[in-house]
Design a protein around this ligand. Structure first.
Ligand code: IVH
Length: 671
């Protein structure tokens, strides 16, 4: 066995074990997301190795059944769904279906991807006869006795035109609030708690003693059916509406559409709103509506080709809190930061996350060694979501928000709006000074190459530097003597200072890091008052009247420019170090025309008379455009040459603006 095959076998074994924990015991030890990562890894390796493993978890559904409940054979196999996590992969699925049909109008039904327990209900002449879990996809545990406690499942269907024999499929769920209630009760009774609503639903359905189910408020949502020798309709959506009339729940959020834009909008809408739903949802499911087309598309070994689950990034991971530190920002705001045992979330290791403010910290009631759940908000920013509410003996030290600034020991002030605590010692708090200086020389402001926090902190601590002027007199020797600062860095910094001759007015205003005066406000001030002299003479009323800037920010700004120290720094920069602060100028007309391609994301398709593809790309890049090779929602302009590829059809489908070569030439000649 070679290395890859060994890895494949190991992953198969591990997935079979996790399937068993999830499907049979209802007690998974890894999150769905972690499972998906293992699953996709195995799928990729098997594909690479080009060997078919018939019994691999990538080809089988569910798990071997170890349950003591008797088993029912499903009339038709219960399939699983292929999962995707990115828009690109979802578009692959979408375009494959359009290509297969060779036309642009394929209707899809999008529903919630319910995080519950899949069950199969067999109805004969409209009467519920058998209920089973999904099991291994062929056979599932008999849960008929227990299913009668699920109130939303009709025992007898009332209605016309009901098939003699049918399977109704869907998900059994429990409300989030009932899950919390039951866990609280279990905690009070010192019983084991359930780790998720799904596990509670699963545990309930698999109960041997159905009397235990009396107080579990389970409910059912239908997401599929099989009928035999009977015609209901050719549209899945129409049949769902019929099923709804028969008394079943269907997905509470659902759309029927052929528009990719609408599908993607539905995805982001549910992604944002899912926390407001009463039960757990981990994505959306997109299904071809036309049952005839479904048949043509067919199924793979474990999932159909006509449906896909587009899942939300599930980024929550459990870890242990090591300590909390309190950071002072450039405006004096104090932010608690949690440091924990490192965890990997979507390929990135994170070890700390902001706890925002005192209010959030107090709400979490954190102790050293608490077990906490962390995630990456919006898939990027590390965040502490909650903590596990179990008692551990090690939870001894409660974390309190400090009463004084951790840097200068001044008393803190709290703002009601942002719920933030601030150190008000603007001039002497060393942390504030350091952060302001880092901001002053950063990319967004003065942009002095290689002058970052490491060097600035050392110069403040060791050399007593306090304001930007101190840095303009820097010499090689001072820099080179600092820790971790070599010759190259020192030279880069000095050259950068030497080259620095002028700065735009808005950037100059921005560089001082005045509380509330960010890029937008700085631009407004620069645009309205045009030059620095005018700005230095401003009064509160001028700012409020002309710029429409709020009172608090206006006050901060006026206090700053009227302060003697600050004015001194500004005059020294101009007079002693010859910094030219450029007055605000309107962009000329040419620049406006120039900007047609600026910031556009462009896709090029077809052949062009006057340019090679490379020349065209370079031209557009020079005009500020970004070039993409594949079509996606991000593209906002397509340039079409002769004999365009299929991309043009998908661009039309996505409603993207398309311009042909002639129009393009006209636009580009104006630049
Ligand atoms: S359709 C062949 N629709 O997800 C189609 N399944 O990961 C399979 N699920 O076994 C089912 N919400 O238990 C479908 N709206 C939905 C669903 C859904 C949740 C579950 C279902 C399935 C599993 C696959």
């Amino acid at each position: 066995m070679n290395k890859i095959e060994k890895k494949i076998k190991l992953l198969q074994k591990s997935l079979i074990y996790h399937n068993y924990l999830y499907f049979c015991l209802g007690k998974p030890v890894i999150s769905d997301h972690e499972y998906d990562i293992l699953f996709n890894k195995l799928k990729l390796l098997e594909k690479k190795y080009k060997k078919i493993y018939f019994s691999s978890p990538t080809r089988t559904i569910g798990s071997k059944i170890f349950s003591k409940l008797s088993l029912n054979k499903h009339l038709t196999p219960m399939l699983s769904l292929e999962n995707v996590f990115t828009e690109k992969k979802f578009l692959n699925f979408y375009t494959k279906i359009l290509k297969y049909k060779n036309e642009f109008l394929v209707n899809f039904v999008c529903e919630l991807k319910l995080d519950g327990i899949a069950v199969n209900l067999i109805y004969k002449n409209g009467v519920l006869r058998k209920a089973s879990t999904r099991g291994d996809g062929e056979k599932g545990e008999d849960i008929t006795q227990n299913i009668f406690f699920v109130k939303s499942i009709p025992i007898k269907i009332n209605g016309k035109n009901i098939p003699k024999l049918m399977e109704i499929r869907g998900e059994v769920l429990i409300l989030k609030k009932d899950f919390i209630k039951l866990n609280k009760k279990n905690s009070f009774l010192k019983r084991n708690k359930f780790s998720s609503a799904r596990n509670l639903a699963s545990g309930s359905l698999l109960q041997k003693n159905f009397l235990n189910l009396k107080n579990r408020k389970l409910f059912f949502i239908c997401h599929g059916f099989e009928v035999f020798n009977f015609f209901l309709d050719n549209s899945y959506y129409n049949i769902l509406l019929k099923i709804k009339k028969w008394g079943f729940n269907i997905s509470e959020k659902i759309i029927y559409s052929s528009s990719i834009k609408k599908i993607l909008k539905f995805y982001s809408q549910i992604k944002n709103e899912r926390f407001l739903l009463n039960y757990d949802v981990d994505g959306i499911v997109i299904k071809v509506d036309d049952l005839k087309l479904r048949k043509k598309l067919g199924v793979r070994s474990r999932s159909p080709r006509w449906a896909i689950a587009y899942k939300f990034p599930n980024q929550e991971k459990k870890t242990i809190l090591k300590k909390v530190t309190f950071h002072v920002g450039r405006t004096g705001s104090i932010t608690p930061v949690a440091h924990f045992v490192p965890v990997k979330i979507s390929g990135i290791t994170i070890k700390k996350a902001s706890l925002h403010n005192k209010f959030f910290l107090d709400k979490l009631n954190l102790h050293i060694n608490d077990r906490i759940f962390v995630c990456r908000a919006g898939d990027v920013i590390p965040q502490v979501v909650r903590k596990e509410t179990i008692n551990t003996k090690k939870r001894l030290i409660r974390i309190h928000f400090p009463e004084k600034c951790p840097s200068c020991r001044s008393f803190l002030e709290i703002t009601s709006k942002s719920k933030k605590n601030f150190c008000t010692n603007y001039f002497f708090c060393l942390e504030q000074i350091k952060k302001r200086l880092v901001y002053f020389f950063s990319k967004t402001s003065f942009k002095i190459k290689d002058l970052g926090p490491n060097i600035i902190n050392q110069l403040v601590d060791k050399m007593g530097f306090r304001n930007p002027i101190d840095f303009f007199g820097l010499d090689f020797h001072t820099l080179n003597n600092l820790k971790n600062v070599g010759k190259k860095f020192s030279k880069n910094i000095l050259t950068s200072f030497k080259k620095f001759k002028s700065i735009n007015l808005d950037k100059f205003i921005l560089s001082f890091g005045i509380h509330g005066v960010g890029q937008v406000v700085s631009k407004k001030i620069a645009k309205n008052f045009k030059n620095l002299n005018k700005i230095l003479d401003l009064k509160e009323e001028d700012l409020i009247e002309v710029c429409g800037i709020g009172k608090k920010i206006t006050k901060n700004f006026i206090n700053f420019i009227q302060n003697k120290n600050n004015r001194n720094i500004i005059f020294k920069l101009i007079n002693n170090y010859n910094i030219h602060v450029k007055s605000y100028k309107k962009k000329d007309k040419n620049n406006k025309k120039f900007s047609f391609f600026l910031n556009k994301t462009i896709l090029i398709t077809g052949v062009f008379k006057d340019f090679s593809r490379k020349v065209l790309c370079n031209k557009l890049k020079n005009l500020g455009a970004e070039i993409k090779k594949s079509i996606s929602k991000k593209v906002n302009l397509v340039i079409q040459g002769k004999n365009p590829g299929k991309k043009i059809f998908y661009a039309k489908k996505l409603g993207i603006k398309i311009i042909k070569e002639n129009d393009f030439l006209k636009k580009i000649s104006k630049n």
